[in-house]
Design a protein around this ligand. Sequence first.
Ligand SMILES: NC(=O)C1=CN([C@@H]2O[C@H](COP(=O)(O)OP(=O)(O)OC[C@H]3O[C@@H](n4cnc5c(N)ncnc54)[C@H](OP(=O)(O)O)[C@@H]3O)[C@@H](O)[C@H]2O)C=CC1
Ligand SMILES: CC(C)(CO)C(=O)C(=O)O
Length: 307
Amino acid sequence: MSWHILGPGSLGCLWAARLSQAHIPASLILRNQHRLAALQRQGNQISYLAYGQSSPLDIAINAQLASHPQPIERLIVACKAYDAVAAVESVKTRLSSNSGVFLLQNGMGSQQAIAQLLPGIRVIAASSTEGAFLTQPFHCTHAGQGTTLLGDLVHTQPEPTCLRDWQQAQISYQWTDTILAALWRKLAINCLINPLTVLYQCKNGQLTQQTERLTALAHELAQLLSAAGYPCTAEDVFAQCLQVIQNTAQNTSSMLQDVLNQRRTEISYITGFALAQSQQLGTSHRALLDLHSQLQARLQQLGLPLD
Ligand SMILES: NC(=O)C1=CN([C@@H]2O[C@H](COP(=O)(O)OP(=O)(O)OC[C@H]3O[C@@H](n4cnc5c(N)ncnc54)[C@H](OP(=O)(O)O)[C@@H]3O)[C@@H](O)[C@H]2O)C=CC1
Ligand SMILES: CC(C)(CO)C(=O)C(=O)O
């Protein structure tokens, strides 16, 4: 079984390094010739600093462009949510009904769009708590050891046997028949934490000072999740959010990291998605709308894309 990994960013390099290290055939799919040349200049190797280690390893890696003719059996999509659809489109003709597509994107919306693009192909969505970053292109640091929850997005089937490769590569994962419920819960947490860390320029832990705003948002998000088919109470959502804030008190949220690094955020797949869904489902969304608008105003001030 061979794996293709679309996007050589933090998670793409993390998965490529771990699979290759375990001698499981894996190829990175890069955006263009320029990126391919950059990897060649590095001797076709990724520099990989494994979790808890003090020195990086050089790991030989196969790489190719989307236009390569090799059929794709297992595809891991490791792009940002806003790039994922176009990236999958670029390799669509290499996929078949025997392929499996694994989506690592945060937030919601890109997964559904990709499933629509690939009728008849098994699409598996993930929610990952792994933490990785690049210090420069193809230099990957595994900063936080987490796990990846995986499940079928459309028709639930048994766990695919190809995930034995992940076990062999010591990639921690858990299979679930209810990935959509997990994605919705994660969406609610990301709506509560990420935008406020940008607005207040703070670490996750400091959001304990914003209980009034969190409570109002938790009410709306609980209504939204319930209307979407995942019943929960505002108290549940608020309690879960406080738990995550406490567990990740020292974290800089992924959205604040993007802003601090002058990168586009995934706002359209977090508050943007929640807002659009609550408008569609007719649930109240005043606090969500304020949050989304304030976030967009801040992004505009900073010269970053509003979507
Ligand atoms: N990093 C982390 O710790 C975690 C990330 N996530 C989620 O995983 C997803 C990926 O995140 P992350 O790895 O950090 O993102 P990065 O920005 O580090 O990597 C994304 C990569 O995708 C590449 N890309 C975009 N479009 C294409 C294309 N058409 N063809 C080939 N490559 C393409 C980019 O290439 P280029 O450089 O050329 O633009 C970039 O290398 C996000 O949704 C994120 O929220 C979830 C949990 C943890
Ligand atoms: C849970 C949380 C908020 C942790 O920082 C996260 O998922 C993120 O930063 O995107």
